[in-house]
Design a protein around this ligand. Structure first.
Ligand code: AMP
Length: 134
């Protein structure tokens, strides 16, 4: 079944569109974290960032940069977070990749409140583990 975002792309569900290319769409989040909270999606319906063909990923990043700049300028050059919830445990609800552009002003909640500490030599081991997959 098509994702809710595919239905938006196909015009079956309305949205407050702010930007569109042949392969991306950006529209306002219906339950915003902050005023101006915008979603940037590839029109291609894929679940996770790593599933997106590289050419689409590059195009998505170009659109994301443009949309983020426009959102910022629309609020006097406001700061913003770019957030991608990639998978259910990361908070992804809609199973169609989407970047959140969330304006942040003084006093806005910080997204990274939690910090942990690596054990002795653990950082090097984790680095090696990740490098293995390139
Ligand atoms: P996530 O938790 O990263 O999957 O975020 C999904 C986001 O999509 C949430 O912030 C929702 O408010 C937003 N959303 C869901 N349905 C719609 C819709 N029809 N139009 C705009 N935003 C939507």
């Amino acid at each position: 079944m098509a994702s809710i975002f595919t239905k938006i792309v196909q015009g079956e569900i309305p949205c407050e569109k702010v930007f569109e290319t042949d392969s991306e769409l950006a529209f306002l989040d219906i339950m915003p974290n902050e005023i101006g909270h915008t979603l940037v999606i590839p029109k291609l319906e894929v679940l996770r960032l790593e599933d997106l063909p590289q050419s689409h990923a590059i195009s998505l990043m170009c659109s994301l940069q443009k949309v983020a700049k426009a959102v910022s300028l629309a609020f006097d050059g406001i700061d913003y977070n770019l957030i991608l919830n990639n998978g259910a445990n990361a908070g992804q609800v809609v199973e169609h990749i989407h970047f959140h552009v969330i304006p942040r002003s003084e006093g806005s909640p910080r997204p990274f409140q939690k910090h942990i500490q690596y054990a002795d030599r653990e950082m090097q081991k984790i680095g090696a583990r990740i490098r293995n997959y390139f």
